[in-house]
Design a protein around this ligand. Structure first.
Ligand code: 1GP
Length: 241
């Protein structure tokens, strides 16, 4: 089964842009979860991503099931480690942190996840995950003990993305880090999107509708919004200048 990925490919071929809301299970206010789901349903989101670098919650199954009660969007795990895998979700971004040189995040966690994934029905989507300096230290960098690629080195980002594509990654994810001061520079998005065939995800530090549009205009196929929606569940309903 590969519905999520084939839908992403279809959207890309039709130039239809996609949007994922990233939910961190640790930051969910369970008292107002029905309201959260209704805000997601009113938003232009096409996907829900679940996870984060620092998730301690053991309530991922519960969260996925609760959201699914009233929301039909595909639920895709975005795990920081193998403990964040839920069989209740629809798919998983099987991430390799290819900007870093820490073997744990390049292959070790993935090996550990295999027995869990083999027993699951999750759609597994191999994703080359590239961390780019977002102007501040981020949780991904801290937890993975890896350095982001400099914003001033688009070529290195491009070669990393192309290396991921050559290795067989199905998606490339350009990440400035959750809550980053600075989003991925437009010139990097453009350079990468024009020189890879596979779909491009961009996230981290995008704080406005303009920021989303800018990422799309420069070639992002799917934009991820976490912090901005977490801080304000009306983020998508407010007209922004
Ligand atoms: C983090 O790219 C996502 O992995 C979203 O980042 O929280 O900054 O929107 P934000």
């Amino acid at each position: 089964m590969s519905e999520i990925y084939s839908e992403i490919l279809k959207a890309k071929s039709e130039k239809r842009k996609l949007l994922a809301i990233l939910l961190d299970p640790d930051k969910i206010d369970w008292e107002s979860i029905d309201d959260l789901v209704s805000k997601i349903n009113q938003s232009p989101a096409t996907h829900i991503f679940i996870g984060g670098s620092l998730v301690f919650s053991n309530k991922i199954d519960e969260l996925v099931l609760k959201i699914k009660e009233n929301c039909n969007l595909p639920m895709v795990l975005f795990p920081g480690n193998p403990s964040q895998i839920s069989n209740e979700a629809d798919g998983i971004l099987f991430l390799s942190l290819i900007s870093g040189r820490n073997p744990d995040y390049l292959i070790e966690h993935q090996v550990k996840a295999v027995p869990i994934l083999k027993k699951s029905k999750l759609e597994i989507i191999s994703t080359g995950y590239i961390l780019i300096d977002g102007g501040c230290e981020t949780a991904v960098s801290r937890v993975s003990q890896t350095q982001p690629i400099s914003r001033d080195n688009p070529e290195e980002v491009l070669h990393t993305a192309q290396g991921g594509e050559m290795l067989g990654n199905k998606l490339i994810y350009l990440e400035a880090g959750s809550g980053a001061n600075l989003a991925v520079p437009s010139e990097i998005i453009e350079l990468v999107s024009q020189n890879i065939e596979i779909p491009l995800i961009v996230g981290g530090g995008i704080k406005s509708q303009d920021g989303i549009q800018k990422a799309y205009d420069h070639g992002a196929d799917l934009v991820v919004i976490g912090t901005a929606f977490e801080n304000d569940n009306n983020f998508f309903n407010i007209e922004q200048a």
